[in-house]
Design a protein. Structure first.
Length: 763
């Protein structure tokens, strides 16, 4: 909060008389005070009652608009309403018959080109009672510039830290401690052409998106200029780094910073490197000795008797014995490198995950026909932990130019313009993670040195021929002291085994090499992830969503959303609702059971295991070159068609819901094998149990049964629901255990669970 926090102490000077032993009598003042006029504030402000020679209780009263956090005590926070309002705040010491007042004028702050170069007109910023800024501008680009300015003022250290993480330059901020993470992320965030992702993404931005991100960066840099000029503004975190930094050590914000941060968020929401490498280790360990163990551990169906899916009614799953299919013949030889990959990326995921982060999120949307108010409604709970500062930065942005169609309220990730969750002038939306499978690991067979005719360039075997890898030279900078001279090349330090690689290798038809080839088997590991496409327009998608005029326009905008797929539930002010989890999901003909079904020679290749890199498991439908390493967009024939992805609008039941589970109901035939029902979208959904989705569906069905309508209070009650469907699922198994006189605790436990059942398994 932007609070005027003031403390009073006895010091020599003005307060000497009040602190002397002469004790002239009790006195009461309010700080900050307005002097002879009114005190101007633009947001919630902390007022302190300063009592001299009295210990009486203080009461506060307010005449005028606004609110107080407390009416008793030495401090209260005055929160103005948005806009201009006048009020008088009074503190009273009834015991000593003392009062003190201050007049308050709560007016929006005004920002001009003098503060943020490039603004085309003054922009006002008013803070509401929750300390959320309301930004009003005459042009949308001005609003985005002010959003950048305010985010930087409120959250610059987290923004700066995360841009260093996303651009694989953390060691330039915190020193050697960040180097190993830099190596991993710089490797992953390479295109197949050997370019940095953020550079290619910047090169292909459409004009509107470029203008938005440029304006946003201008706002961030305007605050940075103030920070450099006034060291007292420097966030305290910089003094806690291994090398304390000053404002002059901080680089300007760039378009690439925003794009890299966005891709980092998408990476965290979509990659499955750890899972697939662990699956490979498991399969290589037990495939020969106990193949049944693989089927028992790796399963396609949820372990529940009933499921609810976003697009289909609940179904009872069939018995589960999924076909493992064909596995790469070199899994045994790859066990050691796969285990190393699994360990390394488990550590990376732990570093990137917010402290105490919860798993999963929920959302649902109810159409006008099933709404008690006649208006469509959206609910969304990202299940994020309470942390300081929060993950989201909230704001309201309104352009007075009607053609901008900007009236946006919601939450953004600091460092990225627009809102990921919120509502625009006509459309509101919520998001949860989908869980598409958009990552494949390839076991690359490296060939003897010189196989490509170049002595120093490693080669891999692909479609029966040697293919040269792409070596990309790297420079690694380490922070050892403040200032430009405090960034040194890693080669100047004695790092021994911890020295970063001078070259990163790219397999041009798959992606970066994340595990070097074994000196004995020649097997290395590369990764192909949909987020490594350097030609997508995700910023365009979000800005289009933020300004959409109806759900159809929102769906059209989301066709540009490529990576880190979200279950977007949408509602517009005409009462329509829609569901659209768009993303780039690779076509995998090699995993289609319809095309490969004759054991043992022709079984599908399950993409949840590492795949052979020899050309037998490539993305695409076979009609196009889907391994192009150029900046030209990969053909649409490489990705699952939009029409084949889950989606819907205005369903007869009147609502959509999602909770990280499988959005489409699998067939009850073919043992629920996900390879039998193309398009293959995923095998390991983020919530494979479907417990949360089933509970939301259960409550909404109950509310809408018999022509019932859902109220706003109902939406809030569903969001606050805490019935345990896992408890409901497992309690019958415990109740069925036969009584045993030797274990009286069992009967006690069964009694507790029986009572819990009568309470509806409420927590």
């Amino acid at each position: 909060m932007r609070l005027s926090i003031v403390t009073a102490t006895c010091v020599l000077g003005a307060f000497t008389a009040a602190c002397s032993t002469d004790n002239p009598g009790p006195a009461l003042t309010i700080t900050p005070g307005g002097g002879s006029g009114a005190l101007a504030v633009s947001g919630p402000t902390d007022f302190a009652a300063v009592l001299v020679n009295s210990s009486a209780d203080i009461t506060w009263s307010l005449a005028g608009s606004g609110s107080l956090s407390s009416t008793t005590g030495l401090h209260t926070v005055f929160a103005p309403v948005p806009g201009t309002a006048s009020a008088t705040l009074t503190a009273t010491d009834a015991a000593d018959s003392l009062t003190a007042s201050v007049k308050i004028n709560a007016a929006p702050a005004t920002l001009t080109a003098e503060t943020i170069p490039g603004l085309t007109a003054p922009v006002t910023v008013a803070y509401d009672a929750e300390d959320i800024p309301h930004i009003t501008c005459a042009a949308a680009l001005d609003c985005f510039a002010v959003q950048g300015y305010i985010q930087a003022r409120d959250r610059f250290f987290p923004m700066d830290f995360l841009r260093h993480v996303a651009r694989a330059r953390l060691s330039e901020l915190i020193g050697l401690q960040g180097l190993s993470q830099d190596v991993q992320l710089r490797t992953l965030f390479m295109t197949r052409a050997g370019h940095r992702l953020e550079d290619d993404l910047a090169a292909v931005m459409d004009d509107k998106s470029r203008a938005v991100v440029t304006s946003f960066a201008g706002g961030v840099n305007a605050y940075l200029a103030q920070l450099r000029a006034n060291p007292v503004l420097m966030p305290g975190e910089y003094a806690q780094l291994p090398v304390a930094l000053q404002g002059t050590d901080l680089a300007d914000w760039t378009i690439q910073d925003t794009l890299a941060m966005a891709r980092l968020q998408q990476f965290q929401l979509s990659e499955t490197i750890e899972e697939e490498s662990s699956n490979g280790v498991f399969a290589s360990t037990f495939l020969a000795s106990d193949p049944g163990k693989i089927n028992a551990w790796i399963r396609a169906a949820a372990p529940t008797t009933e499921q609810a899916h976003t697009l289909q009614p609940a179904v009872a799953p069939a018995p589960v014995s999924p076909v493992v299919g064909a596995l790469p013949g070199n899994l045994d030889a790859a066990r050691t490198p796969l285990a190393a990959v699994a360990q390394a990326y488990a550590q990376l995921r732990a570093l990137l995950r917010p402290q105490g982060a919860a798993v999963g999120s929920n959302n649902w949307v109810v159409g006008a026909a099933k709404s008690a108010s006649g208006a469509a409604m959206v609910a969304n709970d990202p299940h994020l932990s309470l942390q300081y500062p929060p993950l989201f930065h909230l704001s309201v942005m309104t352009s007075t130019t009607a053609s901008d169609n900007l009236n946006l309220a919601g939450g953004a990730f600091p460092g990225i313009p627009g809102d990921l969750v919120g509502r625009g002038a006509h459309v509101g939306w919520g998001v949860t993670v989908v869980g598409y499978d958009v990552t494949d690991l390839y076991l690359e067979q490296f060939l003897p040195q010189g196989s490509c005719g170049q002595a120093v360039v490693p080669c891999v075997l692909f479609k029966g021929a040697p293919v040269a890898t792409l070596p990309v030279p790297q420079t690694w900078k380490i922070r050892v002291a403040p200032g430009a001279a405090g960034l040194v090349d890693s080669t100047t330090l004695s790092l021994g085994a911890a020295a970063p690689p001078p070259v990163l290798l790219i397999v041009p038809h798959h992606g970066p090499v994340i595990r070097a080839p074994s000196p004995t088997t020649g097997i290395g590991v590369s990764v192909r992830w949909s987020g490594q496409e350097g030609n997508t327009q995700d910023v365009k998608a979000i800005i289009g969503l933020n300004t959409a005029t109806d759900v159809d326009a929102a769906i059209a905008a989301l066709t540009d959303f490529s990576t880190g797929a979200q279950n977007f539930v949408l509602a517009d002010d005409a009462g329509h609702i829609a569901y659209d989890p768009h993303a780039l999901v690779p076509i995998r003909n090699f995993a289609d059971l319809r095309l490969h079904h004759t054991p043992p020679s022709d079984l599908p290749l399950p993409p949840w295991f590492p795949l052979k890199g020899d050309g037998t498991a490539e993305w695409g439908d076979g009609t196009s070159d889907c391994a192009s390493a150029t900046l030209t967009p990969v053909p649409r024939t490489c990705w699952t068609a939009d029409a084949d992805l889950p989606h819907g609008k205005d369903p007869a039941k009147g609502f959509f819901f999602t909770a990280n589970a499988d959005p489409t109901s699998p067939s009850v035939s073919d043992d629920n094998n996900p390879l039998a029902h193309p398009p293959y979208l995923s095998f390991d959904w983020d919530d494979s149990s479907g417990f949360r989705a089933a509970r939301i569906n259960e409550l909404l069905e109950a509310k809408t049964a018999g022509g019932g309508k859902v109220s706003l209070d109902d939406m809030e009650a569903i969001q606050a629901d805490h019935v345990s469907r896992p408890g409901k699922a497992f309690a019958p198994f415990i109740a069925a255990i036969p009584a045993d006189p030797g274990h009286p605790q069992l009967a006690l436990a069964q009694g507790v669970l029986a009572q819990w059942a009568t309470n509806g398994f409420d927590c």
